[in-house]
Design a protein around this ligand. Sequence first.
Ligand code: BGC
Length: 481
Amino acid sequence: MSEPITRYKPIVYIVGLTAALAGLLFGLDVGVISGALQFIEKDLGIGTFGLEEVVSALLWGATFGALISGFFTKALGRKSTLLIGAVIFALGSLCCSIAPTAGILIGARFVLGIAVGIASFTAPMYLSEIAPRSIRGALVSMYQLLITIGIVLAFMSDTYFATYCRIHEVLGGHWRLMLGSLVVPSTLMFIAVFFLPESPRWLLLKGRSEHARRVLDRIRNSAEEVSRELEEIETSLEQKQNGFHLLRNNPGFRKVLLLGIGLQVIQQLTGINVVMYYAPKIFSIAGFQTSAEQMWGTVLVGCINVLATFVAIAFVDKLGRKPIMYGGFIVMGIAMTAVGLCFKFGLDNHPAVQSDSALHSVNPLLSFAAIAFILLFIIGFAASAGPIIWVMCAEIFPTAGRDLGITVSTCTNWVVNGIVGVTFLSLLEGFGHGNTFLLYGGIEILFILFFLRWAPETKGVSLEKIEANVLHGKKLREIGR
Ligand code: BGC
């Protein structure tokens, strides 16, 4: 049954936006490294392997952070966990910016990753617990939108520090300022989260029903709504989290857990973070040799990523998840294949690109075509797999196994993200520029087959219905029917 459209108190949106700030920091940390890499390479004298380690240390940290978050959110509460996350964000950024050696930088990026993992687990959880039911989807999507905004802001500040800022001449290295400047948003996040109310669901879990009622009084429209929600939470808390029991005894849950893992593997193997982490490098091998060209190109990538996310938000509940995903895979497949062909039959053969010297002897049309296809790829991703995989993973797990399901699928996202980050430069060197992109293009066909065979359509279906279908062992493709 669809609910009538209600106006909510402004505090609901303020609270939602504040919690989604964790997404902004997540995005800032993911985005900042692409612009910093070339300076780190020169300054610390690191080779390909070391650079891949610098990129991926954050991702291993995030995997660890996501793994331990379930414990902290349960023991200390969602708000305290977000506060701990903000402190680690600030300390991690500071340590990165003053790291004297590659080893210490890699260690500091791991610590920073723990904060990113905590944010990626806790913020959507807090948002979905504090949001009124009818705008829950929108608030959780706001979190993904803020990730993309964080990425583009990081690209912009990287561009500023690389191109215009002269302080680095005194302080020794642009990259230190790029990474260190994130202390500012981390501190702001700490202050903002400090004023957030605790999640009513967690308060009830701890038996603090009076406190939970006070929070709901502030963020809901009427006393009747407050009582109804308190009752609903009490009922759902009776269903103890028992993911391991389900894992042992329910084949339907095992299948859906594999589906969650598969969805996150697919999201990362699209190759999105190849572009997010290594955009300036891609611009450089496509023939754009100046730092300014590469940095502004990267900013463009980030802006397109933000804008295309609105397309998914607008259509996800109208067209459904699967049609949008098919469209996305086709666009991404065509785009990556075209980039591969530009390298294989043009850019790669040119001595100017091979020797990393000036662009202008390369056919500029081909360089622009390669970059246009990279941008098309970003549109394909941001309008489909970016938000939709997170939405689907939040929908498919039954209540009793939701903590386990989300922990496992979120960790999968980070692990595969790490594998992609750690292998891209080696793939470029060992396998060739063209072949690497052709590989990413071709793999999209497998994802279409996966979706045809296993993915359910969950548009407009209640979570209770999906839960009943999963637990009764219905085919994965049919759990939304
Ligand atoms: C992915 C991230 C990616 C980001 C790009 C997210 O949905 O999980 O790995 O960096 O989108 O916008």
